[in-house]
Design a protein around this ligand. Structure first.
Ligand code: ADP
Ligand code: 5GP
Length: 213
């Protein structure tokens, strides 16, 4: 069975649904909006969630750990993973490539665990095409000025890279209608509560519970 079909099978509503596959939650939003901060707080409250660690060709920032923040790889190794079909999705963002290792997602969903991806919009669209019943959440900044300020405060990119990320952010907003849920990351605690509410609501969907009838 082709891997993409396998994922459809495991998170769909067919006979395999009786085994209670996990739910795939995909979180997107402009760089600097606070996706990483939200996910970190969420994992503290719900440690049973499985966060997918992406592969990237960009350089590690100070404090980032191999295998925890990302798997940092050369462009050649990244290309090899693409060719070998090891990535569920991938995209170019700013000056780097980013991708989601397929196996981790498949295995955790099969085990019945909920998986969280924190990825940009082009990758999210690929996931929507490949994974049935994924849940897509878009995190918005209170204002574009606040987004700029957060990127400056994070001190992870130079001024030119921040300009580039803000330009990409404007483009990413066009993809909002493609998502299932949106939330503004103004008060962090409220934003995290909203993500938890989404997770709870998705567990209550009839279609995800048909096997219990
Ligand atoms: P992303 O993962 O979306 O690129 P980060 O999680 O790295 O963004 O957050 C970018 C910056 O914004 C960080 O310095 C973080 O501490 C800050 N931040 C995140 N959420 C909030 C919030 N609700 N209010 C104020 N600052 C925030
Ligand atoms: P950063 O360089 O700030 O860590 O990430 C830049 C952008 O790439 C963010 O929007 C982040 O969500 C996204 N990203 C991280 N991992 C992946 C991935 O595996 N696939 C895709 N498509 N985007 C990713």
């Amino acid at each position: 069975m082709e891997a993409a079909n396998l994922i459809e099978g495991i998170s769909g509503t067919g006979p395999l649904a009786a085994r209670r596959r996990g739910i795939l939650f995909v979180m997107s939003g402009p760089s600097g909006v606070g996706k990483g901060t939200i996910v970190k707080a969420l994992l503290k409250l719900q440690p049973e969630l499985k966060l997918s660690v992406s592969v990237t060709t960009r350089q590690p920032r100070p404090g980032e750990e191999e295998g925890v923040s990302y798997f940092f790889r050369t462009p050649e190794e990244f290309q090899r993973m693409v060719s070998a079909g090891e990535l569920l999705e991938y995209a170019q963002f700013a000056n780097g490539f980013y991708g989601t290792p397929r196996r981790f997602v498949e295995e955790e969903l099969l085990r019945g665990h909920n998986v969280v991806l924190e990825i940009e919009t082009k990758g999210a669209i690929q996931v929507k095409e490949r994974v049935a019943n994924g849940v897509f959440i878009f995190v918005l900044p209170p204002t574009m000025e606040e987004l700029h300020e957060r990127l400056v405060k994070r001190q992870s990119e130079a001024a030119e890279a921040i300009r580039q990320r803000l330009a990409i952010a404007m483009d990413e907003l066009n993809y909002l209608p493609f998502y299932d849920y949106q939330l503004v990351n103004d008060d962090l605690e409220v934003a995290v509560k909203k993500v938890q509410a989404v997770i709870l609501a998705e567990h209550c969907r009839v279609v995800r519970n048909l096997s219990t009838y």
